[in-house]
Design a protein around this ligand. Sequence first.
Ligand SMILES: *Cc1c(COP(=O)(O)O)cnc(C)c1O
Length: 365
Amino acid sequence: MSDLRIPADLLPADGRFGCGPAKIRPAQVEALAASRLLGTSHRQAPVRGLVGSVRSRLADLLGAPDGYEVILGNGGSTSFWDAAAFGLIERRSHHLAFGEFGAKFAKAAGAPWLEAPSVASAPAGSRPLLDDVDGVDVVAYPHNETSTGVMHPVVRAAQGLTVVDATSAAGGLAFDASASDVYYLAPQKNLGSDGGLWLALVSPAAIERIESIAASDRYVPESLSLKAALDNSRLEQTLNTPSIATLVLLDEQLGWMLEQGGLDAMAARTRRSSDTLYAWAEARDDAQPFVSDPEHRSQVVVTIDFDASVDATAVTKALRANGVVDTEPYRKLGRNQIRVATFASIEPSDVEALVASLDWVLERL
Ligand SMILES: *Cc1c(COP(=O)(O)O)cnc(C)c1O
């Protein structure tokens, strides 16, 4: 199908619609090229100033309440799950699993020094209720489940620390930070940077938990120690060498987001882009939003099912051959589907162009 040539005037100006790594705006790459920080020491003032800027801009963007702090460490969100099993869960956690990522944290929390976690699951495309579970000290769920395109509002759990996976949500969805104790993320999605780093907005209660587990006799490897991350973050550094390029790109993106009007402006942008796609799917006879409840539909990751008359793989292949990339569905979901990121960096006009390109391709396949 790669011989289909979508007319240039229909194509998006930028064809990157992947859910991570995701589009990095050209202005960020220019800032990176001009940066004098690459290749300099992460223990000296210029790079520590960069880390300080990332910490304060992220706190600003997320609307950090008094006493909340941004901490960071190497390894991405996947490492954060292991760090949380070592240094945030006291005895037992409760997890909402409604896709790949929520389930992965639940698995990491099955560590031998903890009691078996409690897990509430829901079939892909829906989400479970946030029930009150007794005897848990961490309640964890994703703000946005990237594998399925389902969002869950940030609401405080009845007990324990509320720990929210914001990897694909942060910077694209509005929320009330005071309802979470740990809002953690990696910057390769809405925050338009590269992978390999995790950051978390932590509450005073979460800091207390980190300190108290660190003071206990539990063995914690240094590179997964949240206490080490907390202490180093307060000195505007990481335990070991970070990717400075990732930090430069991230700082640029945070500055841009704040300049554009902050989280509310970004959420309005992702809302507009995702509405374009959902309305398009609903108007077609051969497509429909995968997530049936409109309230649960993500405004940063849009999943659209096709009926049997359409071969979604042929669609994504034709798009890819025309420079429109990464619209394939989450690999383990195995559906006749496309998945499109509508992250903050993606121009709403490019989403409109994507829809026009899809119509063109569907007519010709
Ligand atoms: C991408 C993603 C992750 C994994 O992030 P890594 O940095 O690759 O570990 C975790 N949770 C969610 C919700 C994600 O979208």
